[in-house]
Design a protein around this ligand. Structure first.
Ligand SMILES: Cc1cc2nc3c(=O)[nH]c(=O)nc-3n(C[C@H](O)[C@H](O)[C@H](O)COP(=O)(O)OP(=O)(O)OC[C@H]3O[C@@H](n4cnc5c(N)ncnc54)[C@H](O)[C@@H]3O)c2cc1C
Length: 289
């Protein structure tokens, strides 16, 4: 199918894009990599009056290390993230998660900002932002504001971004030196959206677990930090019984629903299995400080 007619603007600066956005009062859509938006247009599930194409704004594509965090321009392609040495060194969980996003041609067009603004609960990037407690910067004609994961992800495909705002930057704290990490997911075929995914990071201190981070994809309308499971590890360490207890707790914390792809009980089961796998792989990678 073809999309319904729309006006098209290709600004070259963020200010110009904001001016266009303001003119349409919520009736325009921003176009990033188009990997989610274009299918929605073609199926006529989205009928914006105008598309404001962000692809010609060079100021929106970068990877920078600033004050112990890695900052990404919203239009940074997923492929650029996957091959970035800075990302591999400072936030390797993101490198691993990126390799699981669709297929290479999709990652070549798809952007980090587009994925987070689209807020698909099965997507990898929202889970990583949640696990690492990152933030995004939204800019409007009135200025900038910073949103954490809980403010950004409000519901299924729904964010806390206002109609006049552009997500301009993503900030992820650099992972501590020697942290173990893993992104585990189960999907029907390679490249499909995950039925369930788990983003994991652990930091060891001798026999103790100084920090544990676990976040979900695919088991509810928004990604979820599994804080009570993390607490088991931070209290009891990273032994096999503690990992098994944390994985069991994780499966009790999530609130999945039945849908076309899987039943709620299957997703709960996957949460337990994948949390265990993610923790075991993270522990193998971890340097004990
Ligand atoms: C076959 C296929 C398989 C896929 N598999 C996966 C997968 O396994 N995992 C996964 O995570 N994704 C997957 N995707 C989606 C892909 O990763 C997209 O790149 C991503 O969802 C959207 O990014 P985009 O840059 O293409 O955004 P677009 O499609 O251009 O935009 C998506 C939405 O975000 C809004 N938006 C975009 N940029 C901004 C911004 N800067 N500020 C505010 N709003 C903005 C748009 O208006 C639109 O509503 C798949 C896609 C396809 C076609």
């Amino acid at each position: 199918m073809k999309p319904p007619p729309f006006e098209y603007h290709a600004p070259t600066t963020i200010e110009e894009a904001l001016a266009h956005l303001g003119r349409y009062g919520g009736e325009a859509k921003l176009l990033a990599g188009g990997q989610s938006l274009v299918p929605l247009l073609n199926f006529r599930l989205s009928r914006p009056a105008a598309l404001i194409d962000l692809n010609r704004i060079p100021a929106l594509a970068y990877v920078r290390e600033v004050d112990g965090a890695v900052r990404f321009g919203a239009m940074t392609r997923q492929r650029a993230i996957e091959s970035s040495p800075v990302v591999a060194d400072r936030v390797p969980l993101l490198t691993e998660a990126t390799s699981l996003v669709g297929h290479l041609p999709i990652r070549t067009r798809g952007t980090i900002g587009g994925s987070l603004a689209h807020a698909d609960p099965s997507a990898e990037y929202p889970a990583v932002l949640t696990a690492l407690d990152g933030a995004v910067v939204a800019r409007s004609a009135c200025g900038e504001r910073v949103l954490g994961p809980a403010e950004l992800f409000q519901g299924y495909l729904t964010t806390g971004l206002a109609p006049g705002e552009i997500l301009v930057e993503i900030r992820l704290p650099a992972m501590p030196e020697g942290a173990g990490f893993a992104f585990e997911e189960f999907s029907r075929r390679h490249g499909d959206f995950a039925i369930v995914g788990i983003a994991c990071m652990v930091v060891g201190q001798g026999d103790r677990c100084a920090v544990a981070r676990l976040a979900t994809a695919g088991v509810g309308p928004v990604p979820m930090r599994l804080r009570a499971a993390e607490e088991i590890l931070e209290r009891d360490g990273l032994s096999e019984p503690a990992i098994e207890a944390a994985a069991r707790r994780a499966s009790e914390l999530v609130e999945p629903e039945d849908d076309l792809h899987a039943s709620a009980s299957y997703r709960r089961h996957l949460t337990r299995v994948l949390t265990g796998r993610a923790l075991r792989r993270s522990v193998k990678r971890m340097a004990r400080g």
